[in-house]
Structure formats: structure tokens, C-alpha cells
Design a protein around this ligand. Structure first.
Ligand SMILES: [Zn+2]
Ligand SMILES: [Zn+2]
Length: 758
């Protein structure tokens, strides 16, 4: 027995000696002292020089040792950290080692006492250096302002031999939090929005920064419509100048677009991709030839693909390294049946049609159509990029637990052969949305390597950013994600707080409790405390949103102390928007007791009018108010004034009042009595566009496609003494249809009526 044990000990000893030989430690710095130098080649690329400096700076911060940066000609014979390929790295390794290395690929290797970080000259070496700092020195760039550089006077590394390249060539979390230059380079993102000039390796660049919806930039209607209406889409028998698309089968349109693109490339020769993309609304061309093509191919994407293929064909030879990109978005999401996509064409499939962001793409029936289209596009040729939405665009600040989906969707895209992903957060409106920093971080890591352990990344981030407060915040995060694992709990990128199902009063209370605990744990650390408060913000937002509803609809007062806390966090973090359409100011106005929401109206509609010009068309209620007269409405149906009295709500729902599917224009009318001349503000929320007339004068005109959110538009007015007539006109482009109307009246001076004053 003893003998066996001795043999075991002996074996274990051998194993230890063996593993030490296998993994000899290299001491880069010992007690703050080092003989190592950083070596760059004489013709190092800008990003390699930047990376060498960052390495020098970071090692100095961690160990207090500033390593010299020298060129290969002055390099010593040993103890060298090579940054980028050079004659010396070629002699240490076979030259073939770097052959075929793409611009973002790298390897990290130890050879003897040397360390080599060598990669593609564009950004590869730089990414290698930042990967080395993370994986071997424990550094992290969690957020633009939370960076972890461990303090160690002795730096030792094991023997290393790793090689990496990104899973996706285009990687971008579209959050302002991800735009910061240091953050973006260190976390290896390379797309639109990030501050990545050539000196840090640049990025994947869309020509002239035109990123999407470029049809009218290619062929501007202001320039061509008057002489050539046939260049623009024919919609219900009429060529459309505003809010249309292009007639994509017109050969002159193709010629103009090609000429314009050549100009773009002349001005922006380094661009990688040229965006040839439909406008952000429908109204595709219905002329005979566009229609025939679309019908033959079973999708409106046919005319678009044929057009972009033709441009790519014509310019491909002259610009062999450029890609020509278009959208598969809303009405073009479905691929054409037989048309193929050119080799130098990128299809950017927009993740819009699926209607569930709670569940992973592959696990929810609501996403089946999108997944089917994705797989069909993949078979069409060209490259496939994805435009993936990762926030709630109606409520950037609302708790939106979609990490269950994100963590599986990015790997899914990788398996399906997608080459690039743009993850749209709230950056278009300045940032600060729910988990913006965490999402940016996790997405950047997933886009580089979809096989990472997402839980470990989240834990690491929370530990780094929240410190001692991390455990309760992680419990809050897990609580939400556990609830929405319920296969019945679907939500999407436009969901309202009262639609998602998980934002119950009980959950909000529990969430506040987790954060109260978290705040206590970092009470002495103002930096961490501020980050915990920012993480808490979505819970305040949701809570206050429900309180605002109760105030608007039932006159229940809002907790003003909570409003103050909300205001403070928003101000400290410079957050301007709470949704794609409305700013925080508007949200705060729904919380203010000053605004009185009008519930009772006279309404009439729907009136027929050309779809895109409903607001401009003058209809009878703008000329006369006659409650007993019949007017001609949509499809010749007679319409009359009716009373809208929604006892429990301030939202005037036109889809409820009229035929559910009618498209047209409706009016709301009420009268306000002011005991004296009174300067105040009117608040409007409308779906979609709106015009407001005060005492028969047009005072507000907003042609827009949006959800109705109270107090989105604020109008300064002076009410005259006595009765004032307010007529509100709202058009309907599709989907929901309705309005909110409020008046600032802190002193409760005003009274309201639906009766016409005599
Ligand atoms: Zn056409
Ligand atoms: Zn679902």
C-alpha cells in the first residue's frame, strides 16, 4: 500500500516537473525592473505604433516599469516583445506563419525568452496586443470610464501559442458607450459610429458615412423630380416626390446612381462599402416593369437586388475591393425567388419582422419567418450582414431582459454564415439606455468570439463596474431573465411597459429592494455608487411610467421624490431621450401635476386623402364645425361628428372609434375656457402625423410616423380670454392610430367642454 502511494507521489512529481517544462514562466518585469524592450518594425503600421504605445503605457501603469520602444535595427538579442511582423520575427518563425493572415487576425507566441504579437497590419497586431493585455495581464476596458489595470510589480507569463481571428468581419454594438476610441479599439469593434480614425486602424467604412436609406441621396427628388417624375416610384397611379422610393428599373436612374457612387468613391477612396438602400418607409414603385419583376420573383426585393447587382457589375472591375450593399428590410425582407446576389454585393438583413426579442431566434415561433428568410438569403450568394435590434425603441430606459436571446442569437448567426453584425441600440439619440454599457461589452465579446461564456463575461463586468454591489445587481438581472424564459412571455422592440408582462408592481418593488441593497454596499464609493444608480434607472423609469399613466388617466398623484431621483440620474449621465421619438423632457412632463390631460372630445373621420399628403389636404372640419352635417369619408362612407368619452383614459383611440382597418385622417375637437388671457403649453402625442389649429389658426405641423406618447410635441401658446377652439388633425399611415392632448395648467384655471360655445 505504502509502495503504491510512493509511486503515486513520484508520478505526481514527474507530472509537475513536466508541466513546468511545458509551461516555463517568462518574467517580463521583476519587482518593477525589466530588461525587456518593445520592438516594432521600421515600417510599422499606424495601429501597430498605437498598440506598442498602449502596451508600454499599460505595463507602466501596472508595474511601474516603462519599457523602451525600439525599432528592429536597435533591438537586443533577447528579451524582446515584438509588436508586428518584421525581419526578426520572420527569422524567429518561418515566414509562412504570417502568410494569408487577414487584416484582423493575429497570433501571440513565446519563443525562448521573446514574446511575439504579430498580426494583420491593418488591425490584427493591435488586437493581438489588447488580447494579450486582457488574457495575460488581467486588464479590462469595461466602459469608457471604468478600466481595470491590475497592480503587479512582477509580471510573468506562461509559454503562449494562440492564434485568433474574429468570427464576424463587421462588429458593432451601436451604443454611444461603444464609440469611445480607447474602448472600441480595446474591445475590437470596427463599425459605424465608433471613433476609429486611421491612426488606430480605422474601421469598416461606408462611403461618405452614408449608412442606410440612401435612395434619395443617390437620386435626389429636389434635383430630378420636376423634369423626370418617372425616376421615382409610381404609387397608386401617381409618381411620388415625398416619401417614395426610386423607379429601379428605369435605366436612367441606374446611370445617375452609378455616376453618383463614382463621385462618392472619388471623395472617399478608402471606403469599403457603398450603401444603396431603400428609404425608411414603403411606397415601392408599381410601374409596369418594376411590378412585373417583383411579381415574377415573388418579392419587392427583386427590383432592389437587380438594381444593386447592376451597379455592382458595372463598377466591380474598376473597384475590385469595394462591396455594394443593400437592405432586406420590411417589404424587401423576403428574398427573390430565382435572382442571385452578386459576389460583390452585401445584403443587410434587418431583424424587424420577427416579433419576439424575449426568446432566441430559433426558439420562438414568432421568429420563424425571419429565420426562414435569413436562410434563404444565405443561399443567394454575395455576403450576408445582419442589422440586429437590441433595445426597446419605444422605451430605451425600460428593463428589457433580452440577454437570453442575445447570447444565443449571435452564435446562431455565426453558424448560419453571417459575416457582419450591426447591433442597434439607442446611439441615434445619444445613449444612456438600459444596460447600454453591459450590452456593448457583452456584444463586443460575442462578435469577436461567439463561443465565449456569456455568464462569466457578465459576472466579470459586474464585478469590475459595481464591485461589492455586484451580487444583488446580478440577482436582479437573473430574476428578470428567469421570468421571461416563460415560453408565453413574448416582447419586441416596440413593446410598451404594460404589454411586456414582467413589469408587475411586485417585481418593481423587489427590483428596488435589490438596488437599495446594492447602493448600501457601495455607499462610500462615489464612482461605483453612480454606476449602481445608472443600473437602477430603468426600474425608476418603469415605475414612473406606470405612475404617469395613473396620473394621466385617473388623476392619481406621482411620487415626486422618485421623479427627483430620476431627474438627477438622467442629468448626471447626460441622458436626453427615453425613446426613439421622445426626449426625457417630454416624459418628465407626463409626470408633472401641471399638465391636465383632456379625455373628452368630438371626433370625426376617417376622411379619405392621398396617403402621403393627408395632413396637407384641407378637409371640411377645417372650414366649418357642424355637428349635424354628414360628410363624405373613406370609400364614400358617410361620416358625422361623434363624442369620444373614454372614462378611464386620456388616449383617444381612433382605431376603436372607426373601422379598424381604415387609412385616412381624423379630427379631435374640444373647447378650452380661459378666465383671462393665458400663456401656456399644449402637449401632443400622436400616431401618426399631426396638425393643431388653435382658434382656426394652424399652430403646429408635424409630419411623422410614430407611436403616440403623451407630450412628445410641446407647443407654446397664448389662450385668449373666453372660449378657445382646439382642432387636432391626425393622419394614419398604418397600425395604431390615436392621440393624447394636454394643457399645462398648474393653477387649474381652465375648463374644458365638447359643446360649441354660443
Ligand atoms: Zn418602376
Ligand atoms: Zn417569443
Amino acid at each position: 500500500m505504502k509502495e503504491i502511494r510512493n509511486i503515486a507521489i513520484l508520478l505526481l512529481g514527474c507530472l509537475l516537473v513536466f508541466s513546468c517544462l511545458q509551461n516555463p514562466k517568462i518574467l517580463l518585469v521583476r519587482e518593477g525592473q525589466s530588461d525587456y524592450v518593445i520592438v516594432i518594425s521600421d515600417n510599422a503600421s499606424p495601429s501597430e505604433k498605437y498598440a506598442a504605445k498602449e502596451l508600454q503605457k499599460t505595463i507602466e501603469k501596472t508595474s511601474d516599469n516603462k519599457m523602451p520602444i525600439v525599432s528592429v535595427t536597435n533591438a537586443p538579442n533577447t528579451k524582446r516583445i515584438f509588436i508586428g511582423q518584421s525581419s526578426l520575427t520572420d527569422s524567429l518563425l518561418s515566414k509562412t506563419y504570417t502568410d494569408n493572415m487577414s487584416g484582423e487576425e493575429f497570433f501571440i507566441r513565446t519563443v525562448g525568452r521573446d514574446l511575439l504579437i504579430v498580426g494583420g497590419r491593418k488591425r490584427g497586431t493591435m488586437y493581438g496586443v489588447f488580447t494579450f493585455l486582457e488574457d495575460y495581464l488581467g486588464c479590462r476596458w469595461y466602459t469608457a470610464d471604468v478600466i481595470k489595470i491590475p497592480q503587479k510589480t512582477t509580471l510573468s507569463i506562461p509559454s503562449i501559442n494562440v492564434r485568433q481571428k474574429p468570427a464576424f468581419e463587421y462588429r458593432m454594438p451601436f451604443y454611444t458607450e461603444a464609440f469611445d476610441r480607447t474602448w472600441a479599439t480595446h474591445n475590437k469593434v470596427n463599425g459605424y459610429g465608433a471613433d476609429l480614425p486611421p491612426e488606430v486602424g480605422g474601421k469598416v467604412k461606408y462611403a461618405k458615412g452614408y449608412f442606410g436609406h440612401t435612395f434619395y441621396t443617390l437620386v435626389p427628388p429636389e434635383k430630378y423630380f420636376k423634369k423626370h417624375p418617372e425616376y421615382f416610384s409610381l404609387v397608386r397611379g401617381k409618381r411620388v416626390k415625398d416619401r417614395g422610393q426610386l423607379c429601379l428599373t428605369n435605366p436612367d436612374v441606374l446611370k445617375i446612381a452609378i455616376r453618383e457612387i463614382e463621385e462618392w468613391l472619388c471623395e472617399d477612396p478608402d471606403a469599403n462599402i457603398i450603401s444603396i438602400t431603400q428609404n425608411d418607409w414603403e411606397d415601392w414603385c408599381e410601374c409596369d416593369s418594376c411590378k412585373a419583376l417583383d411579381e415574377r420573383e415573388g418579392s419587392h426585393s427583386a427590383a432592389v437586388v437587380a438594381f444593386v447587382n447592376a451597379i455592382a457589375d458595372s463598377l466591380g472591375e474598376k473597384y475590385p475591393d469595394k462591396y455594394f450593399d443593400t437592405f432586406a428590410y420590411t417589404y424587401t425582407q423576403k428574398p427573390p425567388e430565382s435572382l442571385k446576389v452578386g459576389d460583390n454585393v452585401i445584403i443587410r438583413l434587418c431583424h424587424m419582422q420577427p416579433s419576439c426579442d424575449s426568446h432566441p431566434l430559433q426558439e420562438c415561433e414568432r421568429n420563424a419567418k425571419y429565420v426562414k428568410h435569413l436562410r434563404e438569403w444565405r443561399k443567394k450568394g454575395g455576403k450576408l450582414y445582419v442589422w440586429h435590434y437590441v433595445t426597446d425603441f419605444s422605451h430605451y430606459l425600460m428593463p428589457f431582459p433580452n440577454f437570453n436571446a442575445i447570447r444565443k442569437d449571435i452564435p446562431f448567426y455565426y453558424r448560419e454564415g453571417v459575416s457582419g453584425i450591426f447591433c442597434q441600440g439607442d446611439a441615434a439619440n445619444g445613449g444612456g439606455g438600459e444596460w447600454a454599457e453591459l450590452r456593448s461589452y457583452v456584444l463586443a465579446k460575442l462578435l469577436w468570439n461567439p463561443n465565449i461564456d456569456v455568464d462569466a463575461v457578465i459576472d466579470d463586468f459586474m464585478q469590475g463596474v459595481y464591485g461589492k454591489a455586484a451580487p444583488p445587481i446580478r440577482r436582479y438581472f437573473d430574476m428578470l431573465h428567469k421570468i421571461v424564459r416563460n415560453p408565453e412571455m413574448h416582447f419586441n422592440l416596440f413593446s410598451e411597459p404594460d404589454e411586456v408582462g414582467y413589469l408587475t408592481p411586485k417585481l418593481l418593488k423587489k427590483s428596488h429592494a435589490y438596488f437599495a441593497k446594492a447602493e448600501k454596499l457601495v455607499a462610500g464609493d462615489s464612482v461605483k455608487f453612480a454606476k449602481v444608480k445608472l443600473a437602477h434607472l430603468p426600474v425608476y423609469y418603469a415605475d414612473l411610467w406606470f405612475q404617469a399613466q395613473r396620473q394621466i388617466n385617473n388623476n392619481q398623484p406621482v411620487d415626486q421624490a422618485m421623479v427627483d431621483t430620476f431627474k438627477q440620474i438622467v442629468a448626471e449621465n447626460g441622458i436626453e431621450y427615453h425613446s426613439e421619438q421622445a426626449n426625457v423632457e417630454a416624459f418628465l412632463k407626463t409626470l408633472s401635476p401641471e399638465f391636465r390631460f383632456v379625455h373628452d372630445f368630438n371626433i370625426i373621420g376617417p376622411f379619405d386623402c392621398p396617403k402621403a399628403s393627408g395632413l396637407e389636404t384641407v378637409l371640411p372640419p377645417e372650414n366649418e364645425i357642424n355637428f349635424s352635417k354628414e360628410y363624405r369619408g373613406v370609400a364614400g362612407v358617410k361620416v358625422v361628428w361623434q363624442k369620444w368619452k373614454e372614462e378611464n383614459g386620456a388616449y383617444v383611440d381612433f382605431t376603436k372609434a372607426f373601422e379598424p382597418d381604415s387609412i385616412g385622417v381624423a379630427y379631435g375637437l374640444c373647447y378650452i375656457y380661459a378666465p383671462r388671457e393665458f400663456s401656456t403649453q399644449l402637449g401632443i402625442g400622436s400616431n401618426d402625423g399631426v396638425r393643431v389649429f388653435l382658434n382656426d389658426k394652424l399652430i403646429h405641423d408635424n409630419k411623422v410616423l410614430r407611436k403616440a406618447t403623451p407630450n412628445t410635441d410641446m407647443i407654446d401658446v397664448t389662450l385668449r380670454e373666453g372660449w378657445n377652439k382646439v382642432l387636432i388633425k391626425v393622419d394614419q399611415i398604418g397600425g395604431n392610430w390615436g392621440m393624447y392632448f394636454s394643457v399645462a395648467d398648474a393653477e387649474k384655471l381652465l375648463s374644458f367642454s365638447t359643446d360649441k360655445p354660443s
